[in-house]
Design a protein around this ligand. Structure first.
Ligand SMILES: [Zn+2]
Length: 314
């Protein structure tokens, strides 16, 4: 089952959604917490469901679930037991499915659209540390330790009915390889792997994006590879580097170009772009076939992307 392929058979670009945490903050929720958007999953899941709905309405072909920072260890630190932690991780998938089903039940929403799918977010080990290490890597863990970290959440997300996995903001090639290996334990699921990058050639931990692609390209369960939560200024070059190494669809969902300050737990600097959604056309021209937004982007940015995507002849 490859939900990406079925959508890309029907349209030139698959529209990914935009930021969840930013949108929650914009709507007045306080995320100053180690669990980040997972805190709202615990306290106000209906707020997350509404944002998923709004992204579908804006034109997103998939929802990335609120499980980025939701881990069994993280919830256990909050006093939940294993079963409660797993149930909460699964809730992130269920509310995304509910939002999608509500959206799709309305016939007027279906015109010219493919049925959206649910991509369950698998954040990196660095996101669990909650100190900004998803932009650094070098955790000092072995491949086996990384597999052990990712296994239970991955199983929970799959069992909850996710259509695929969104392994995102991965800073480290070793972690991507651990995930790739772990996928073999779940042969019925596909995944995208998306790295965070430090410049126009290299992922956060240092290896070139091209080298990462060479090592992951042979895995049939990985159905798209790309870059997210990275400044838009690096994106065109990274796409071109990627295109040389793979025939899989390249996905990009950059942030607005600000820098994450782990100490302040906030974003610094000014957005790098005028109109994010318009700039995204450059990424299409460079060869990206799945485009959306990461931190600080909004439903309005996704509406602009979906606008030019649906206006294209195909
Ligand atoms: Zn981000």
């Amino acid at each position: 089952m490859n939900p990406i392929a079925s959508i890309l058979n029907a349209q030139p670009v698959l529209v990914i959604d935009g930021a969840l945490a930013t949108e929650l903050e914009r709507r007045g929720h306080n995320l100053k917490d180690e669990l980040w958007s997972a805190k709202i999953l615990l306290e106000q899941p209906e707020a997350i469901q509404q944002i998923h709905y709004d992204y579908f309405k804006a034109g997103a072909d998939c929802a990335i679930t609120a499980s980025y920072q939701a881990t069994i260890e993280g919830f256990k630190k909050r006093g939940l037991n294993d079963q409660e932690a797993i149930a909460l991780i699964q809730k992130s998938v269920k509310i995304a499915i509910d939002a999608r089903d509500e959206f799709w039940a309305d016939e007027t929403n279906r015109a010219g659209r493919s049925k959206p799918f649910i991509a369950a977010s698998v954040g990196p080990y660095g996101a669990f540390l909650a100190n900004g290490e998803e932009y650094i890597g070098n955790y000092g863990l072995t491949e086996k330790e990384l597999m052990d970290f990712h296994r239970p959440r991955m199983r929970a997300l799959i069992e909850a009915g996710a259509d695929m996995l969104a392994c995102e903001t991965i800073p480290s090639l070793l972690e991507a390889q651990a995930i790739a290996k772990l996928l073999k334990e779940f042969p019925n699921i596909t995944a995208w792997i998306s790295f965070s990058a430090r410049d126009e050639m290299h992922i956060s931990e240092g290896p070139s994006f091209a080298d990462c692609l060479r090592l992951l390209d042979g895995n049939p369960q990985i159905t798209a590879i790309g870059i997210n939560c990275t400044s838009p200024k690096y994106i065109p070059s990274l796409i071109r580097e990627g295109k040389k190494e793979t025939d899989k669809p390249i996905l990009v969902y950059p942030n607005l170009g600000e820098r994450y300050d782990a100490e302040k737990n906030d974003w610094d600097g000014h957005p790098a772009t005028g109109s994010f959604g318009e700039e995204a056309k450059i990424w299409y021209d460079a060869g990206a076939r799945m485009i959306g937004g990461c931190c600080r982007t909004t439903p309005e940015d996704i509406r602009v992307i979906a606008g030019w995507v649906r206006g294209m002849s195909f």
